[in-house]
Write a protein that binds this ligand. Structure first.
Ligand code: XUL
Ligand code: CO
Length: 437
């Protein structure tokens, strides 16, 4: 069978001195960092939608990228060639996982039954390619936002018939994710939000979204799908105001609708920054609440303010993200999925390799630096010391809920003004700079 990436062979680790753009300088899959290999720490995944279906279109013009595997007028032939190209890419890059939306891998037909038949055909091929290459599915999901029926949302659509269509689609997407041995299933809100309150019943829409996700949990149990459910926060785009705004909003939503035990978060870097948070803030919030599951690895352009989905190259971001991941015990079912796309002018297939190699190297460096920070306990000691008052009998009594306002008033009246301490921020930032080099 002919190759889709003929000029590229399996990407090798050549070390930090290599000048070869098609080699890893830092990601050495079998090298141990702490007690696990880099491969097992980082669990890299390639996303299907940007890497194989994205052709560089933007609001001002159509795609700029021409791919050989699109060279047919038969959409199923294109789907099959694209899947073969994708598995060639995964193998040459040496990633362990991939992620997809149902409609990325198989084209939608005029009716749901035919669409499902098409999906089954491609899933059959995906199953055999997974077996041949050893590449596994990190998570699957459904595209509930591209078709015009979903213009007013899927689960939050004013029409129950659109809700029903979305339910049927998710049912099928979960079934094929299970069939492919997926380690997870993602719910990203798509168009679950609103553009104007003049035509929106917010309470009803939120209740419907809660109902929809509970129905998904019921179906998961029915078919015995053991993968992890994730919710992926995003504050805006495509709607002006998405209900899954950030990790905090999602956590409150999951609690209200009795879903917390069934979901973890899939945190995306660029979604965090769109919400006015740092990437690490969102990860830390999720970790603090025991719901950090997986990551969509990318970065935004802070001067632009939309979801630019660029490949991650910022060492501070990668380091601090891995610091939180390591402190919270590492990935279990999740991993680092490159939900990122090459720029519109990066029109050659080799650009896809450069992009992923750069992202993998950046996270490998982040992992190694973060592991050293964890092992040295430098920042951990500072934090512990800063809160040491809470480890005294006095502090513990408050934490355990055994103190009252009356007692605390009496203590303060007797002991006077509490001592204050420096936060040492500048010193700590300097120490961090010593790690990142
Ligand atoms: C959209 C986004 C999605 C989800 C999967 O911004 O991130 O691709 O990751 O639906
Ligand atoms: Co994403």
């Amino acid at each position: 069978m002919s190759e889709f990436f003929p000029g590229v062979s399996r990407i090798q680790y050549e070390g930090p001195d290599s000048k070869n753009p098609l080699a890893f300088k830092h990601y050495n899959a079998d090298e141990k960092v702490g007690n696990k290999t880099m491969r097992d720490h980082l669990r890299f995944a390639v996303c299907y939608w940007h890497t194989f279906k994205g052709l560089g279109s933007d609001p001002f013009g159509p795609g700029t990228i021409i791919r050989e595997y699109n060279n047919s007028s038969d959409p199923m032939a294109v789907a099959e060639m694209t899947l073969r190209a994708a598995f060639e890419f995964f193998s040459k890059l040496g990633v362990g996982f991939w992620c997809f939306h149902d409609r990325d891998i198989a084209p939608e037909a005029d009716d749901l039954a035919t669409t499902n038949e098409r999906l089954d055909k491609i899933v059959g091929l995906a199953k055999s390619l997974q077996k041949q290459t050893g590449v596994k599915l990190l998570w699957g999901t459904a595209n509930l936002f591209s078709h015009r029926r979903y213009m007013a949302g899927a689960a939050t659509n004013p029409s129950p018939y659109v809700f029903a269509h979305a339910a049927a689609q998710v049912k099928k997407a979960m079934t094929v994710t299970k069939e492919l041995g997926g380690a997870g299933y993602v719910f990203w809100g798509g168009r679950e939000g609103y553009d104007t309150l003049l035509n929106t019943d917010m309470k009803r829409e939120l209740d419907h979204l809660g109902r929809f996700l509970n129905m998904a949990v019921e179906y998961k149990q029915k078919i015995g799908f053991k993968g992890q459910f994730y919710i992926e926060p995003k504050p805006k785009e495509p709607t002006k105001h998405q209900y899954d705004f950030d990790a905090g909003a999602c956590y409150a939503f999951l609690q209200k609708y009795g879903l917390v035990e069934h979901f973890k978060m899939n945190i995306e870097a660029n979604h965090a920054t769109l919400a006015g948070h740092t990437f690490q803030h969102e990860l830390e919030f999720a970790a603090a609440n025991g719901i950090l599951g997986s990551i969509d690895a990318n970065r935004g352009d802070l001067l632009l303010g939309w979801d630019t989905d660029q490949f991650p190259t910022d060492l501070y971001d990668c380091t601090m993200a891995m610091y939180t991941v390591l402190k919270s015990g590492g990935f279990k079912t999740g991993g680092l999925n490159f939900d990122a796309k090459v720029r519109r002018q990066s029109i050659e297939p080799v650009d896809l390799f450069h992009a992923h190699i750069g992202g993998m190297d950046a996270f490998a460096r982040g992992l190694k630096i973060a592991q050293k920070m964890v092992a040295d306990k430098t920042f951990e000691k500072v934090v512990k010391e800063r809160y040491q008052g809470w480890d005294t009998l006095f502090g513990r009594k408050i934490e355990r809920g055994k103190a009252t306002f009356d007692e605390l008033e009496a203590y303060t009246l007797k002991n006077g003004e509490p001592a204050v301490q420096s936060g040492r921020q500048e010193m700590l930032e300097n120490i961090l700079n010593e790690y990142i080099r």
